[in-house]
Design a protein around this ligand. Structure first.
Ligand code: FAD
Length: 317
């Protein structure tokens, strides 16, 4: 079923979460061990992230150094198929622009279509660590909105190099990312929101937000989106703090603010276990307030660690 249908049919706020493909060499059972306990809360859909290649420098036998692309967490498509077959729930693969030509994207989308996948979260992706900023592949998309337009065209039966009969059209539900605290490259919030609206105008059916620790930023974000005519569901994404160092490691990676009260409490925690308890309690309070606000679903960034999300779900759902 489509994510939007799950949202429409729900009689109360839904619970969903995101997992990462296991590191190369692990098994699908390692991922199922993370997901099993969370199934008690009946997530109608689970997101699976996509991880681009990284460039590593490898010394050759002749002493020269060569750049080698390597991927630590491959397998998004296969994992989505395995989740759908094992749990009989919808898996939402993340697809990115970076590293793909438009033709490769079309092929990947057909593979997912044949596997019965009905939803995507479509993203631009970040630049490689070796690049100063995001570089599209030759013949690939620059922005998530271009990828959205490609899938929306496929939903109308317009494939890249051929028009087909509409009964050959795909029928995907399209999610995109939104940033309550602004995407880091955008010069200001208004510009970022205009581009978010463009993604929706191109065919996005719903938005999932970047994590945030202050609900006020989400409420303001939703208000501004509605004011500019974005009417699709906006699913809040939450991540509990699970270790002391995260108060300084999360902001530069995800470009967000952590409220003083939370920073002070976590800083004073004697160890990571105590910090995690504080982080979970904070996320519980955030979730309760969001549910009271009327959000259709709360989506949790599990980072493939079940226990903190389980503790929140037990308190909230
Ligand atoms: P876009 O919407 O394309 O926006 C990128 C930047 O360009 C923004 O600053 C925007 O304002 C600007 N912009 C947009 N359109 C235009 C235009 N036409 N002209 C000029 N500027 C424009 N990354 C992964 O690699 N894998 C994942 O699985 C993944 N999952 C994510 C899930 C969520 C919920 C979120 C919030 C992020 C996720 N990311 C993931 C990270 C994401 O790829 C990065 O944040 C990336 O830098 C931006 O992606 P986007 O889709 O938001 O880009």
């Amino acid at each position: 079923m489509k994510v939007t249908e799950h949202l429409q049919n729900a009689s109360s706020t839904l619970f969903s979460f995101e997992v990462l493909p296991p590191m190369k060499g692990k098994t699908i059972q390692d991922l199922f061990r993370v997901m099993d306990p969370l199934m008690e809360f009946k997530p109608p859909f689970v997101d699976v992230t996509y991880h681009r290649e990284e460039i590593v420098y490898k010394k050759r036998a002749d002493g020269l150094v060569e750049k080698v692309p390597t991927r630590k967490r491959p397998g998004t498509v296969g994992i989505c198929a395995a989740i759908t077959a094992h749990y009989k729930i919808d898996a939402v693969p993340h697809l990115v622009c970076g590293g793909f030509t438009k033709e490769e994207t079309e092929d990947a989308i057909f593979t997912l279509h044949y596997l019965g996948i009905q939803n995507f979260l479509l993203l631009r992706g970040d630049g490689l660590k070796s690049e100063p900023r995001f570089q599209p592949s030759d013949g690939g998309h620059h922005y998530a909105s271009d990828l959205v337009a490609q899938v929306a065209n496929m939903n109308r039966g317009r494939f890249l190099h051929e028009e087909t009969a509409t009964d050959a059209a795909t029928d995907f539900c399209i999610g995109v990312a939104g940033y309550p605290e602004k995407h880091f490259e955008a010069p200001n919030m208004s510009t970022d929101l205009r581009y978010l609206k463009h993604k929706v105008d191109q065919g996005a059916d719903y938005i999932v937000t970047q994590m945030f620790f202050d609900n006020k930023v989400y409420f303001d974000f939703v208000k501004r989106c509605r004011e500019m005519g974005i009417t699709v569901p906006i699913i809040p994404g939450l991540k509990p703090i699970t270790a002391k160092p995260q108060i300084s490691t999360l902001p530069p990676v995800f470009h967000l603010d952590i409220p003083d009260e939370l920073v002070n409490a976590v800083s004073k925690a004697p160890d990571n276990k105590a910090a995690e308890k504080i982080g979970i309690e904070w996320a519980i309070q955030q979730s309760r307030e969001l549910i009271e606000f009327g959000v259709p679903c709360v989506h949790y960034y599990s980072m493939s660690k079940a226990e903190p999300i389980l503790a929140i779900a037990r308190a909230v759902f």
